[in-house]
Design a protein around this ligand. Structure first.
Ligand SMILES: *Cc1c(COP(=O)(O)O)cnc(C)c1O
Length: 422
């Protein structure tokens, strides 16, 4: 069954044009929004309130794994809501157990804790690392190393973990116990560990993204991560990976760490896990499974609805062999973008990424920003998302077709053609 076989009705939009002003009077202005209101989606396409169609290469920011209104997603949502949607972790929840089993059978982890978002999953990872440090390593002032230009979420602990001052400004006092190092720089990391240890603020864990998403689509380097794995093993400290954006098949493997030839001790997932239904997960190996009853909890975490739907997403990834599609479509996209970069060297500095998370970096000295590219692409019917001021990110649903990649490349080329000779 293809996504087109389900019937969707488009509300009568012409009768009631969307009132942007009314929205802005009532909703907090925490987001810089584009003046576009979306109301329907199917596969990799979405429609705005005027009925205009867009090719969706944002996918809810690397979240809608199966695109919009995928039959497997529709069926799982329908079945789960009609059966049982929410109870409490006071009881055993069969769907939660089934999802945890799928995740542990398809990763290096032995145990899973479920929550509702990436930030919440990372909060759990930070708590787990601190408890491990106190109870197993006898560290009294544990420090977690994180990277500059990282992104780990918007709660107080996760903005502190995030090595970008713009997310922390005006929210101090921040949470103690974090220290930042430049990404992909092993000498700086070793120096920081030595310095902190000498200062009796011992490093308890290292928290990194396998590929920095928000920080500009920067893939981790294999040698860097392999050396970090060695350091963690030698010191007995934990390697935590934030797989919130790159996990769940986005890079062409189930998990981002598979691209680096290492295994983390702890990792987190969220964005793509529920295909757009809110769910987060904290996963760890048995040796650092230190949480006991009462240590951590979440009312909604692991409810039957989210787990039933996420399990359907996982099984669909497998059944439709989407990892192969991610690798093939990713190659096609990167080679097309590289061709465009070669044709517009004055505008484009670099194209990089893994699978279906790719970034096109604009030249630092070009009078061109990622927002301008995103706006111009939107006018041509293609949705893209910035990853910082100079990087345009391409993160389509994992079901994207060859023809859709071609269309996105065409639109991107014409955007660069029009903006490059201003
Ligand atoms: C999006 C993201 C988060 C935060 O996830 P939320 O669900 O928005 O809390 C954390 N880490 C990474 C790498 C992300 O991309």
């Amino acid at each position: 069954m293809s996504p087109q076989t389900i019937t969707q009705t488009l509300p009568d939009t012409t009768a009631t044009p969307f009132e942007f002003d009314r929205f802005d009077r009532h909703v907090m202005k925490t987001y810089g929004r584009f003046p576009l209101a979306l109301e329907k989606g199917s596969g990799c396409r979405v429609w705005d309130t005027d009925g205009r169609e867009y090719l969706d290469f944002v996918a809810g920011i690397a979240t809608c794994t199966l695109g919009h209104a995928h039959p497997a997603l529709v069926a799982a949502v329908t079945e789960q809501i009609q059966t049982l949607h929410h109870v409490s972790n006071l009881y055993y929840i069969p769907a939660q157990g089934a999802l945890a089993q799928w995740l542990t059978e398809h990763s290096c982890a032995d145990r899973v804790f479920f929550c509702n978002s990436g930030a919440e999953a990372n909060e759990g990872a930070i708590k787990l690392a601190r408890k491990y440090a106190h109870t197993r390593l006898n560290i009294t002032n544990p420090v977690i190393l994180t990277a500059n230009a990282s992104f780990h979420g918007r709660t107080l602990a996760t903005i502190t973990a995030t090595g970008q001052p713009k997310y922390q400004k005006n929210f101090n006092p921040l949470v103690p116990g974090f220290h930042y190092v430049p990404y992909n720089d092993i000498a700086a990391l070793e120096a920081a560990i030595a310095e902190l240890d000498a200062d009796e603020r011992q490093v308890a864990a290292i928290l990194l993204e396998p590929l920095q998403g928000e920080g500009g689509v920067r893939p981790g380097e294999t040698a860097y991560f392999q050396r970090i794995r060695q350091i963690c093993d030698e010191k007995g400290i934990l390697l935590l990976l934030d797989e919130v954006q790159v996990g769940m098949g986005r890079t062409g493997t189930y998990w981002g760490y598979e691209n680096l030839g290492i295994e983390p001790d702890v990792f987190t997932s969220a964005k793509g896990l529920g295909g757009g239904i809110p769910i987060g997960a904290l996963l760890c190996k048995e040796f650092c499974n230190v949480f006991e009853p009462g240590d951590h909890a979440s009312t909604f975490g692991g409810n039957p609805f989210a787990c039933g739907v996420a399990l359907a997403v996982c099984q669909t990834l497998e059944r439709e062999n989407l990892l192969a599609n991610v690798r093939e479509r990713g190659e096609q996209l990167r080679s097309g973008l590289s061709q465009i970069a070669a044709d517009y060297p004055q505008s484009v500095a670099e194209v990089r990424g893994w699978g279906l998370i790719n970034g096109l970096e604009l030249n630092a000295d070009a009078d061109l920003t990622s927002i301008e590219i995103v706006k111009a692409a939107m006018d041509k019917g293609l949705l893209l998302v910035p990853a910082g001021p100079k990087v345009v990110r391409f993160v389509p649903p994992l079901i994207v077709s060859e023809a859709q990649i071609d269309r996105a490349l065409e639109a991107t080329r014409s955007v660069l053609a029009s903006l490059s000779d201003r």
